[in-house]
Design a binder for this molecule. Structure first.
Ligand code: CMP
Length: 139
């Protein structure tokens, strides 16, 4: 089925000026960008977005990294988009990511791992709604 998923191009990618390279890998996989904006997340926005991880030992580092520079938030649409984008991203730790994936080709570390994507059909609409109004999404 045609699905929508939520994506963040993280501060390590905006810092290195490689958002276009990330986008090429997304589009080459057949996913379409149907909403996109560049933001500098506040601490409150990052903490709220990653609330599910707040008991993890890396939570503080994660929030400080995600607020360290601009991000690009996106809605991606396509056949089986949620699982497909997870494949395109590759494993969370770039050391374990398959060749050709965004994280293998472009990421710096498990923290500076270039992209985030929704992990399930439950989280995708919640994450999209956290950043986008309906009228900002043009499918
Ligand atoms: P993301 O998909 O954005 O969801 C949570 C993020 O936490 C994850 O990508 C990683 O960037 C980060 N993360 C996960 N595990 C660790 C870890 N062990 N150390 C630092 N960051 C981590």
């Amino acid at each position: 089925a045609i699905e929508r998923t939520f994506s963040i191009i993280k501060p390590d990618a905006t810092r290195r000026n490689i958002t276009g390279k990330v986008l090429t890998l997304i589009e080459d996989a057949g996913l379409r960008v149907i909403a996109q904006k560049r933001l500098h997340l506040t601490k409150e926005q990052a903490e709220g977005f990653y609330a599910v991880h707040k008991e993890r030992p890396f939570f503080g580092e994660l929030v400080s990294f995600m607020t360290s520079g601009p991000v690009v938030v996106q809605v991606l649409e396509g056949e089986n988009a949620i699982a497909k984008y997870r494949e395109v991203m590759g494993a969370t730790n770039p050391a374990n990511a398959a060749p050709g994936t965004i994280r293998k080709e472009l990421a710096e570390s498990i923290e500076a791992n270039t992209v985030h994507g929704s992990d399930s059909p439950e989280t995708a609409p919640q994450e999209i709604a956290y950043f986008f109004k309906d009228e900002e999404i043009v499918g």
